[in-house]
Design a protein around this ligand. Structure first.
Ligand code: MLT
Length: 399
């Protein structure tokens, strides 16, 4: 008789954003005439930068000619042209990353989940709560227990290490999804010191680094001394360059990240990951990697910056509205997310229904991101200016 992975049975029935999509589909069926404004899932609306589209078209043409056609990419970890461009990008903000430590993937989400394969089940997994649900879900799927550390109003939604708790694997995300808070250099130094003391590995999600405005907020964990010995970083072009539908990201595992096996021998985590990927992943398509390379050219950087500034203007529109309504929030400055306290003591799901039914504005209930999300609500700045302004007009009308 077949046996299933019973860990799935103890999980929530749906992934958070699938759950929300189902609720919206049901609402649309009963209210076909209502115009929804979607500020829930962090999906972008600006088109790809022109230089990216050109690069993808050119690569597609190359794939159509025998002389330039490409099949499998030998290493499966990404073409050198893209890895070199990303290493150069890291250097531009002072992070110490070599091209051959970068592995190209189809977006950060998959690697975020797949990385669990290279760690044993006895590890203590530490997640800041609230958090991007993938960190928790993928560990629960392996039957691991997760320990939480509180991000809350008291610490500005930026949890710091608790030395009384031991951790082996630590998930950090900065700028944070969902709270929009961003760790300072000093805070990241504390996390790195804690990881080294615990002989732990930090899995650092930097998917929103391009939204950082403050100069003193590091764009990468590898801007911090010691991080090369204790951290893996995952980044994505989804939000940076509008690749949610194009799919490309990268994972950095430094050569110096060495851990001990149970027999005391030293193991390089990059080797384990290479072994895992060799068996389970055949790389990212050539046209997508060429498109990604274009993001890192000077023209590409200028063009994507225009889109990022566009979203940041939306964040300002939302923040100004919440300021004028006296609603407290974090984020919106170094991040495309605004994490607001639900008015009138409402719970996040209650507020979700309230906004949906009264003004047809869709956000994400804080409860979907963990226990400390109760009574909070996440809005994204990824809509258009017009829709963001209209959503805020509607919000004022019911406040
Ligand atoms: C979110 O809304 O939290 C993000 O879109 C999630 C993701 O990128 O997978």
């Amino acid at each position: 008789m077949v046996r299933i992975n019973e860990s799935f049975l103890s999980m929530k029935k749906n992934y958070l954003f699938i759950d929300i999509a189902k609720r919206l589909a049901a609402y649309r069926q009963t209210h076909p005439d209502k115009e929804l404004i979607r500020m829930g899932i962090g999906d972008v609306t600006r088109p790809l930068a022109p230089v990216v589209v050109e690069a993808m078209k050119k690569a597609a043409d190359e794939m159509g000619r025998a002389e330039t056609f490409r099949g499998y990419e030998d290493s499966g970890t990404g073409y050198d042209f893209l890895k070199n461009a990303i290493a150069e990008y890291y250097r531009s903000f002072g992070a110490d990353v070599k091209a051959d430590e970068i592995r190209i993937n189809d977006g950060a989400k998959a690697d975020c989940g797949n990385i669990t394969d290279i760690f044993g089940n006895g590890n203590t997994v530490l997640v800041t709560d609230p958090a991007y649900p993938v960190y928790v879900d993928t560990n629960l799927m392996c039957g691991r227990e997760v320990t939480y550390i509180d991000s809350n109003e008291g610490n500005g939604f930026a949890a710091m290490p608790d030395k009384s708790i031991h951790a082996d694997i630590i998930y950090l995300c900065s700028p944070n999804n969902p709270t929009g808070s961003a760790y300072t250099r000093e805070q990241l130094e504390e996390w790195v010191a804690y990881a080294i003391e615990n002989e732990a590995v930090i899995i650092y999600d930097s998917a929103y680094e391009a939204f950082i405005s403050d100069e003193d907020i590091p764009r990468s964990i590898f801007c911090i001394k010691g991080a090369r010995k204790c951290a893996i970083e995952m980044c994505s072009l989804s939000k940076t360059a509008g690749f949610t539908g194009t799919r490309c990201g990268y994972t950095v595992i430094p050569d110096e990240l060495i851990v001990r096996a149970s027999d005391g021998s030293e193991v390089c985590l990059a080797d384990l990951w290479a072994r895992r990927q060799g068996s389970k992943f055949n790389g990212v398509s050539y046209p997508v990697q060429r498109a990604a390379e274009a993001v890192f050219t000077p023209t590409g950087q200028a063009q994507i910056k225009e889109n990022i500034e566009y979203y940041k203007e939306n964040a300002r529109i939302i923040a100004d509205t919440l300021d004028s309504l006296g609603i407290s929030y974090t984020g919106g400055k170094n991040s495309p997310y605004i994490w607001m306290k639900c008015p009138k003591g409402m719970g996040g799901w209650e507020y979700f229904d309230y906004l949906l039914n009264n003004i047809q504005v869709v956000g994400t209930p804080g409860e979907g991101f963990g226990r400390n999300g109760a009574g909070y609500f996440r809005l994204t700045a990824f809509s258009t200016h017009e829709k963001t302004a209209e959503a805020m007009r509607r919000l004022r009308s019911i406040s």
